[in-house]
Design a protein around this ligand. Structure first.
Ligand code: NAI
Length: 643
């Protein structure tokens, strides 16, 4: 896939080869097994017969990379499976089983055994039958209904950052309305328009960044992985219940421990209801849900954790409580068991010390809802053993998560960067901007949700308590106005969506601007001597929210908290709704221009005052801004575990 980065790349030579293959006068059989994706499937489409081994997965995932299938896939696929199913496969990029592919006509037969053997057998059968060769490009398309195409077009319109969706619809139209040769030309033009586009480059960057993120510099390849057959979870609240579901879905026995019977019942109910909700959505059968529920057990005593291979604590975000829980876990967990904390912000090294066996301790920071969000920040403590780190990275894949390794610091990668983002959100509101204006500015860039809606959903209480704990630990700047709004909203009981009041008021789950929040902001501004303005521009909002966030990313790189800029991008896209077609904050920063970002930081330092170093650029940002090297040189390659 790296070949797409070549500015002179064109699909023409490969497509020419596929045409010649299809034009052969002797049977060409594709014997398929494993994963048959993208260009590999397009090769199979050019053959005269396709036979797949049971268990083969097939798909055209190009859409996820900002592309369309550009090697005649958009034109050949509808000729085999019909316009509607082809449009579905191209637009979703999803993989299908060999059985479904066979049912839909994408593969001609299914087989078992060695591909060479069943492939040759299929070729011999074709020769023996003596029938004319079936060339895909010569077949007629069973067209998709107009409504189906219109619906796909409307969906594409709603995702302007993904121009490949509209391109796929245009190719689908061409496949059914034009001749094969005309359709081919449409596909070629669409592909050429996308392959060098910023959105495709950004999506491809993320694709590689996710794969790179699991590589830990200095970790020996043959490192011993500890078996994880049974997992314990302490605290069955929002996170604990969600975390448990991940393991149940992976078929791993799980025990959840709570303080009292009611809390335990609530947690187990939450697990049951969440799994059962998937039956209604036809994602899972009732039998499978029953099977998974058999794997979970509740307990009120820590001794139930004694035979677990991994125990994750997910109790309230309170240092003293977590310290006590970790000390207890150090005592009850069996030798060799991994002890993990799901803390969002607290010091993992401090908690590790409390267990008395810090080499076994690691942070596993799940994101809410923990059974859905793909991101897992894996926090390596100063003493975390390489085996523990390697085991957790591998386990992440087992439970379908994207792991990113972070060092220990307040908030790790994601929440540390989110802190400066929320700082500016609140200062802007005190200065006169409205939550709706701030959210709209960020959402116009493609963010899933602006900061005010995000915190209302996560819970103002959750956010405020974190700030309060950080204050207790001496982490806040000596600035009484700092995050004063979230603390005020918290004391007023405006805890967010769940109580229908936070930065917004809520009609059902719909946020509505609330003048009361304006009045609270006005009074806080007066209290802290902050001048209010009538006009705050969209440009100022996006710059003030995102440039300090990027700056914090540079500090994180500089300090070695993240291994690579790409890791930070994965965290923000998979965990915080940063638009994937912008590649994540560090990738986007290069597109915006590091020099420009540094200039604007200096501008805000001059106009707002650089209280507490809010606008001081990271050394690495300043260096990169003044060189032409960009971030790629800044990507670090630490030797964390050598030998
Ligand atoms: P929660 O309040 O929903 O659940 C905490 C649970 O822990 C409660 O059910 C409580 O009864 C139980 N608990 C308290 N002390 C206990 C003890 N000694 N032994 C056993 N159980 C005990 O809290 P939530 O939101 O699930 O958060 C838990 C942890 O996850 C916190 O560290 C939080 O920072 C972290 N986190 C939270 C996220 C969120 O969005 N809510 C996101 C990521 C991490």
């Amino acid at each position: 896939m790296r070949m797409f980065d070549d500015p002179g790349f064109t699909a023409a030579p490969y497509n020419h080869f596929l045409e010649r293959l299809e034009a052969q006068d002797r049977p060409v059989v594709a014997a398929l097994h494993g994963m048959v994706l993208g260009g590999g499937l397009e090769l199979a489409l050019a053959c005269h017969f396709r036979v797949a081994r049971h268990g083969t997965s097939l798909g055209l995932p190009e859409v996820k990379l900002g592309l369309i299938p550009g090697s005649l896939g958009t034109q050949r696929l509808p000729r085999l499976v019909g316009g509607e199913f082809a449009l579905d496969l191209c637009s979703s990029g999803r993989m299908i089983t060999a059985a479904l592919a066979n049912e839909k006509g994408l593969v001609d037969s299914l087989a078992d055994g060695a591909p060479r053997t069943f492939g040759l057998a299929a070729a011999q059968a074709l020769l023996a039958a003596g029938k004319p060769l079936r060339r895909t490009s010569a077949l007629d398309v069973v067209p998709a209904a107009v409504e189906v195409i219109n619906k796909a077009e409307a969906a594409a319109f709603k995702k302007p950052g993904w121009p490949q969706l509209a391109a796929i619809v245009r190719c689908a139209r061409a496949a059914q309305d034009l001749t094969y040769d005309e359709g081919k030309a449409v596909e070629a033009a669409e592909f050429a328009g996308l392959v060098h586009s910023p959105s495709s480059k950004a999506l491809r960057h993320l694709f590689f960044a996710e794969r790179e993120a699991v590589k830990i510099p200095g970790l020996p390849r043959d490192i011993e992985i500890r078996p994880v057959k049974k997992v314990g979870i302490v605290g069955a609240g929002t996170m604990g219940a969600g975390i448990a579901i991940n393991f149940l879905n992976a078929g791993i026995g799980t025990v959840v421990v709570e303080t009292d019977g009611d809390a335990l019942q609530r947690g187990l109910e939450m697990i049951r209801k969440t799994l059962e909700a998937n039956i209604a959505k036809s994602r899972i059968s009732p039998e499978k849900v029953a099977e998974r529920l058999q794997l979970v057990r509740g307990a009120l005593n820590y001794s139930a954790l004694a035979d677990c291979d991994l125990v994750i604590e997910a109790v309230f975000e309170n240092l003293a409580l977590k310290q006590q829980v970790c000390s207890e876990l150090g005592r009850v967990a069996k030798p060799g068991a991994i002890i993990a904390t799901n803390t969002s912000t607290l010091d993992v090294d401090f908690l590790a010390a409390a267990t008395g066996r810090p080499a076994d301790v690691i942070g596993m920071h799940f994101f809410s809802p923990a059974n859905i969000m793909r991101l897992l920040e894996v926090v390596r403590g100063a003493a975390t053993s390489p085996e523990v780190l390697a085991t957790v990275i591998k386990l992440a894949a087992t439970i379908g998560k994207v792991p990113v390794v972070s060092g220990v610091c307040y908030g790790f990668i994601g929440n540390r960067m989110a802190e400066v983002y929320m700082r500016e959100t609140e200062f802007l509101i005190l200065e006169g901007a409205e939550p709706v204006q701030i959210d709209a500015a960020v959402e116009s860039l493609g963010f899933a949700m602006g900061p005010c809606r995000m915190l209302d959903m996560a819970g103002i209480d959750v956010g405020a308590k974190t700030v309060i704990e950080y204050d207790k630990a001496g982490g806040l700047p000596p600035d009484a106005s700092y995050r004063s709004l979230v603390r005020k909203l918290f004391t007023l009981g405006r805890h967010g969506v769940k109580v229908r009041a936070g930065y917004y008021k809520y009609e059902g789950r719909t946020p509505v601007a609330d003048p009361e929040v304006g009045a609270i902001a006005e009074s806080l501004a007066a209290q802290h001597g902050i001048t209010r303005r009538k006009e705050v521009s969209r440009e100022e909002i996006t710059e003030r929210l995102l440039f300090p966030l990027i700056n914090e990313g540079f500090k994180i790189l500089e300090e070695g908290i993240a291994f690579r800029a790409g890791d930070i991008d994965v965290v923000w896209v998979a965990g915080f709704g940063f638009p994937d077609f912008k590649g994540g904050p560090m990738w986007w920063a290069e597109a915006v221009g590091l020099e420009f970002i540094a200039e604007r930081m200096a501008h805000y330092a001059a106009t707002l005052g650089n209280a507490h170093g809010y606008w001081t650029p990271a050394k690495l940002l300043s260096q990169r801004a003044s060189s032409t090297a960009g971030l790629s040189v800044g990507r670090r390659d630490h030797q964390v575990f050598v030998g």
